[in-house]
Design a protein around this ligand. Structure first.
Ligand SMILES: Cc1cc2nc3c(=O)[nH]c(=O)nc-3n(C[C@H](O)[C@H](O)[C@H](O)COP(=O)(O)OP(=O)(O)OC[C@H]3O[C@@H](n4cnc5c(N)ncnc54)[C@H](O)[C@@H]3O)c2cc1C
Length: 375
């Protein structure tokens, strides 16, 4: 057992740190958060700098962590333009990979993944957006909600109902690639969200959108399974986002502690030391979980229990760290970076499966294992 990363991943982390130091600062983060503006230039620079390479998932994991450590809104915007690509990588045809993946891998185009609907996100099997076959196309009607990259993506991987299967709600769902410039496709930007405000979020309306038949991904009716496989991957990346936020909060606590010590405020410094130790321990535990889950995943042996544990625990560590950091730093925290870290951290507990959903998955898998052993 070796807990050290190989040299290329250590270097990927250093390069991401270098990029964050050069290109992300508090003023910029504050500005993009306030204006709720997507940082397109930063996204492009991240590609030019050579830190975005989804063919190398370990390097992406540490890059996401380091950019979110600087700022989650900017860090996620810079790394999320291939959101959903794994569905095409794993289940798409050679033609789909050639046409669509090549556009996003070099940063030229942006994609998104549209699953959640206005009726709810946790109950994926409850999707009501429908596709009906007509004249060699699928005609799509419905709506998607809270979609990242919603108004800027060139295409989406979208989960759509193609059939009603009585008693089996998760059957009859299919995954499609839907180009965002098709007739009948409307995007409405959502403003005023709690956190990660530099990321672009939108509602998508589909009114008789004609999707070419060749844009069906894999087999019809298998979409639910493809998306669950994807969530297993993306939840490891969300764990990395959350670890980045927690580490960013800890960095600011240590800065504060250093100041208190220099000023001779011993009693207060002691309290901050306990807090820093507690948060550092939780971050280390989150990393171990996330890296173990990722290790299984990247060897094509996904372990959904571990992935859900990593996502839920790292997200809760981020909210704990950001909240405590905000409290302990007082006025400077409330008016500085930490108020943003606090808002951003909460999003980690919501997207890609809320903490409740992760815990349901963990408990269900534990019970399954228990039943297998005790039959
Ligand atoms: C900033 C942002 C970006 C997003 N980007 C995307 C995106 O790109 N693509 C996409 O498809 N979605 C996206 N989402 C949607 C996100 O995945 C959903 O918000 C999330 O899955 C929860 O769905 P919901 O908000 O509809 O809440 P609901 O599913 O309505 O849940 C509400 C509450 O009920 C709880 N709950 C629900 N079901 C159960 C249950 N069975 N047992 C116990 N508790 C339960 C939940 O934990 C939650 O606390 C994004 C969300 C946000 C906030």
């Amino acid at each position: 057992m070796d807990f050290d990363f190989p040299e290329d991943i250590v270097n990927a982390r250093k390069k991401a740190q270098e990029f964050a130091r050069k290109e992300i600062n508090s003023e910029m983060a504050k500005k993009y958060d306030r204006l709720e503006k997507f940082p397109e230039e930063l996204r492009k620079k991240a590609f030019e700098y050579g830190i975005i390479d989804y063919q190398n998932p370990w390097s992406m994991l540490v890059t996401i962590e380091e950019l979110c450590r600087a700022d989650a809104g900017l860090g996620i915007s810079a790394t999320v333009s291939l959101f959903g690509a794994e569905v095409i990588m794993l289940f798409g045809s050679d033609e789909q990979k050639q046409k669509y993946l090549s556009m996003v891998q070099n940063g030229d185009k942006i994609m998104g993944l549209a699953v959640t609907e206005p009726g709810g996100g946790s109950d994926v099997a409850g999707i009501t957006t429908r596709a009906v076959e007509k004249d060699g196309k699928y005609i799509v009607n419905g709506a998607k909600m809270f979609i990242t990259n919603g108004t800027i993506a060139d295409f989406f991987v979208m989960l759509i109902r193609t059939e009603e299967v009585e008693g089996k709600r998760h059957h009859g769902l299919s995954a499609f690639i839907v180009d965002s410039d098709l007739p009948g496709f409307t995007k409405n930007k959502l403003s005023g969200k709690l956190g990660v405000r530099a990321t672009n979020t939108a509602e998508l309306i589909l009114d008789n959108v004609p999707v070419p038949k060749e844009n069906l991904i894999g087999e019809p009716g298998k979409g639910f399974y493809y998306i669950m496989t994807f969530f297993n991957i993306s939840r490891a990346y969300v764990a990395a986002q959350a670890i980045g936020i927690a580490q960013g909060a800890l960095d600011r606590i240590l800065e504060h502690l250093n100041r208190l010590t220099k000023e001779g405020k011993t009693a207060l410094a002691e309290e901050v030391q306990f807090l820093a130790s507690d948060i550092a321990t939780r971050i280390e535990a989150s990393r171990l979980l996330a890296y173990k889950a990722a290790s299984y995943l990247f060897q094509f042996r996904p372990n959904p229990t571990l992935t859900s544990m990593a996502k839920a625990y790292a997200s809760e560590t981020a909210t704990f760290a950001a909240e405590k950091a905000l409290e302990i730093t007082g006025y400077s925290g409330i008016t500085g970076d930490l108020e943003r870290f606090f808002r951003d951290s909460k999003i980690m507990e919501i997207w890609e499966g809320t903490s409740e959903i992760e815990k349901l998955i963990i408990a269900r898998n534990l019970l399954k294992e228990y039943a297998e052993v005790n039959q």
